[in-house]
Design a protein around this ligand. Sequence first.
Ligand SMILES: Cc1cc2nc3c(=O)[nH]c(=O)nc-3n(C[C@H](O)[C@H](O)[C@H](O)COP(=O)(O)OP(=O)(O)OC[C@H]3O[C@@H](n4cnc5c(N)ncnc54)[C@H](O)[C@@H]3O)c2cc1C
Length: 389
Amino acid sequence: MKPIIIVGTGLAGYTVAREFRKLDKTTPLFILTADDGGFYSKPMLSNAFAQGKQAAQLTSFTAAQMAGQLGATIITGTRVVAIDSASKTVEAGAGKFSYDRLVLAVGARAVRPALGGDAADDVLSVNHVDDYANFRRAIGAPGSRIAIMGAGLIGCEFADDLAGSHRITLIDPNPLPLASLAAPALSRGLLEALEKRGVEFRLGASVGRVDRDASAYAVTLTDGRQLQADAVLSAVGLRPDLRLAQAAGLQTGRGIAVDAYGMTSAPDIYALGDCAEYASESGGSVMPYIAPLMSAARAIARTLAGTPTAIELKPAPIIVKTPSYPLALVPVPAPTRQGAWQEATVEGRTVCRYHDADGVMTAFGVAPQEAGIRQGLMAELGSRIMQVA
Ligand SMILES: Cc1cc2nc3c(=O)[nH]c(=O)nc-3n(C[C@H](O)[C@H](O)[C@H](O)COP(=O)(O)OP(=O)(O)OC[C@H]3O[C@@H](n4cnc5c(N)ncnc54)[C@H](O)[C@@H]3O)c2cc1C
């Protein structure tokens, strides 16, 4: 019997494997991965430092342990470089493998901004537990200076996580942090909370160049401002990894295009997680978060086990892991940006609701966030399909 092959051992690959094994104990399962196949929870990477966690402590199971749990063959350190959907084979460093069904869970890659300077290549990004290990080595002793490029979700989370021990400067071209996700009132609240913790902001400009200087790095912004840093972290975003899918001729947009069942444009090839672009009413959406990945994994597992099941993408709020100003939000869907935010104070919390041009509530944010208020706001939002631009 030909196996089901899963490519990738992030949360998407491992969750689909785990869900499939609940339904089918016998079909052979092969998992191929470019990394060491250790199981870790990626969201912890941006709040592990303050908890004193080393990279090794974040990996809860090795590939061998996962293989035992899942009744799977896991081949680590091997990159899949080609898919032949006609002969149903994949080619990897470790050899050529035939599949019955194939699942792509290859994730996303950190966007590398075009930077000048002789130290542009030293700029770090964190999208894997190994990156976190490098980052921990690079940031040095408490008190050292870290410049973070990007005051989005990940940049703000790292800033808050490190502010207790390091000197942080957060740089972003927008006038406020979380500008594309949160209501301005909440962005201002976050800015003030982070400033109180000693985080310095350089807003309204991006990093133009990074050069080595006598002490460490000289970071020059596009408006000419300069600062010194001992390490530079880029948190400007991730982009679905399309290399394999495009080489195989699969349909792609921003991500690997999948239908309501998670199937790509090629029969018997599925995709989920950060690499996927899910079909939605207003076109394709990439949803680089855990909740959609879990829904997709459950549905694809059922389909693989013989019960075709459409993916149900339920609305889910984003919880911003900034303990000094904990936020929950559902961002404004991209196509209807003509509406307006309304701000209210409820039980000492700032609650912002966004209504579109037709007066329909399509987004919200609350800080400090709390489960009851968050759930109430979710209920107000109704059953709108979550769309993350
Ligand atoms: C710092 C940080 C904090 C986050 N916090 C949150 C949060 O609080 N809440 C939330 O909902 N989301 C959060 N996210 C997003 C969430 O973690 C991701 O959506 C999710 O982990 C993506 O999982 P994935 O399996 O799709 O991709 P990945 O984890 O990137 O896994 C991809 C896998 O594919 C393998 N691979 C890639 N190409 C190949 C190839 N050609 N051949 C073989 N193997 C290959 C890789 O080695 C890896 O094993 C966060 C992300 C980051 C970076």
